[in-house]
Design a protein around this ligand. Structure first.
Ligand code: COA
Length: 497
């Protein structure tokens, strides 16, 4: 019985239907939702779309943990219901509307969001809509597959709507909820090991602010991971070989935790551990935990895995739900301000691996804007980890769009991370450890080792001309620095004819 999931019995009076619950959301409402790739509400977005389709004119400002699913970002974008959206998203319909200027969008370092909401930077917290597995006897919330910013949204919201998820088992014991004090009186966040639990297994909630409770049978729809292809496997091999070499040389300890960003390359790196016997007793201190983490736990290779969300394929999710007793001791899900906390990332010495859209010859990184203008997803947690990691890798396939675009360019068309946040650049062709190199040495090696052979000559010619004609610490011919982007915009191909 789903009613049993509402263990704080006075709240059972609030059980209602989506249409009644959604009346609390009107034109101009600031709507704060749970969800961080998974664990987003499903019924309220559907009801808002239904209202729009029946002719009601209204728009909301939507704030989430990070990306959600098509049922939220896609559906609300198609119904043209969103005025503002923050932070990171990865939905293609929403992306289109953001790039057309129809949805106002601003991205933020994910570690900083909750504190900004508590400081009131995002305006009034009108309504929070959160997915939960259960409500405890004391009236607190057990989240589902993500934590994200939900603890702060629940704390700050005037009204709270809860969607109890029938598709999720009781996940009690997986979460560790801790909200740090706000500056200037913040105490150190007392995480000294990946597995440390410092908070409560539930999200503290004032039951008096709950205006509606719904029961949902809808499931998360997470991206389908393709098995690692030759390119992502090669990138993973470069990284694992390099780290192994560093450990053997005594340049880093063997027990540093790993973070791997979103997407197939990140999954390939973690899958690489499966075949590589050099890596045992791995700690993962990351943002999103993907299928490969479960595989590694099954092989007995994981000591602890900490994240803010679990993005699992349907099959892996079934496995996780059915055998949760095997995973509960290994996995901890935290608020994103803790999973991505610069303080904790630095203290633990995280090995950070994040994916770029393009990287320039000196190591500046564009993670967010194609050809410098079109938003892809957002910066997400990449800045939190790259800037603060003990060893920060930026990875990318050397080309995009079937080889027409080089991911190594003379100058990035948009900057998310500077050369000072990047230690190692990796493509399937090779790897450059920039740490002991001058910018000129970095440029020479990145062109030779990381660029795709189709683009090496033109990058090298540019760099040589820049050295000859302009010189300086980081030679550039400013008026020519985007010649490859220009070439693509004019001919649909970055290769010079
Ligand atoms: N120029 C144009 N398009 C490019 C490109 C480039 N240099 N590099 C990649 N793309 C396109 C791909 O063609 C693909 O387009 P498609 O969806 O139309 O096929 C899309 O970008 C995604 O690239 P893909 O190769 O599939 O990699 P991915 O899924 O790993 O995504 C990022 C790469 C950079 C977009 C993604 O990692 C991201 O959003 N990163 C920023 C946030 C982040 O790092 N979060 C993790 C922190 S924990």
């Amino acid at each position: 019985m789903l009613t049993d999931r509402v263990r704080y019995t006075p709240l059972r009076d609030k059980i209602t239907d989506p249409a009644t619950a959604a009346r609390h959301i009107q034109d101009g409402t600031n709507l704060f939702i749970s969800g961080f790739t998974a664990g987003y509400p499903k019924l309220i977005p559907q009801e808002l779309v239904r209202r729009a389709e029946s002719g009601e004119q209204f728009k909301i400002n939507l704030f989430a943990g990070a990306s959600t699913g098509d049922m939220v970002d896609g559906a609300l974008a198609r119904a043209e219901l969103i005025a503002w959206r923050r932070p990171y998203m990865s939905d293609k319909f929403m992306r289109g509307q953001i790039n057309q200027g129809k949805i106002l969008f601003k991205d933020d370092h994910l570690s900083q969001l909750s504190a900004k909401v508590r400081a009131g930077e995002w305006g009034r917290c009108d309504v929070a809509v959160v997915e939960a597995a259960a409500i405890t006897e004391q009236g607190h919330l057990i989240p589902t597959m993500s934590v994200g910013n939900t603890p702060t949204y629940v704390q700050e919201a005037d009204k709270i709507i809860i969607e109890i998820s029938a598709s999720s088992p009781n996940l009690e014991g997986i979460h560790d909820i801790y909200i740090p004090e706000d500056p200037p009186y913040r105490m150190p966040i007392p995480i000294y090991r990946t597995a440390d639990r410092i908070g409560k297994p539930f999200i503290k909630m004032d039951p008096n602010r709950v205006v509606a409770i719904l029961f949902s049978t809808e499931k998360d729809h997470c991206p389908i991971f393709t098995p690692p292809d030759a390119t992502s496997s090669r990138i993973a091999e470069h990284i694992l070989d390099f780290v192994q070499h560093q450990i053997k040389k005594g340049r880093m300890p063997s027990a540093l935790p790993w973070q791997a960003g979103v997407g197939d390359v990140a999954n390939a790196v973690l899958s690489g551990f499966i075949k590589d016997d050099n890596f045992q007793a791995i700690d993962i201190y990351s943002e999103v935990l993907q299928d490969s983490v479960l595989d590694l736990i099954d092989l007995g290779k994981v000591r602890a895995a900490s994240g803010s969300a679990m993005t699992l394929s349907e099959k892996a999710r079934e496995r996780f739900y059915n055998e949760i007793f095997r995973y509960r001791d290994k996995i901890v899900l935290r608020p994103v301000e803790i999973s991505n906390s610069p303080e904790v990332i630095r203290r633990l010495g995280v090995i950070a691996i994040n994916t770029a859209i393009e990287v320039d010859i000196y190591g500046q990184v564009n993670s967010t804007h194609v050809m410098g203008t079109q938003l892809m997803n957002g910066i997400g947690g990449s800045g939190d980890f790259l800037r603060n990691g003990a060893l920060s890798f930026i990875v990318t396939p050397s080309t995009a769009k079937g080889g027409l675009i080089s991911a190594i360019v003379p100058m990035v068309s948009h900057v998310d991370h500077s050369e000072h946040s990047v230690d190692v650049v990796v493509t399937e062709h090779g790897l450059v450890d920039t740490r002991p190199l001058t910018p000129r040495q970095v440029a020479e090696q990145v062109i030779k080792k990381c660029a795709h052979p189709d683009f090496r000559d033109q990058l090298w010619d540019y760099y040589q001309r820049a050295v000859r004609e302009r010189g300086g610490h980081e030679p550039h011919i400013i008026e020519k620095a985007f010649f490859m982007h220009q070439c693509f915009l004019e001919n649909g191909d970055m290769r010079l004819k």
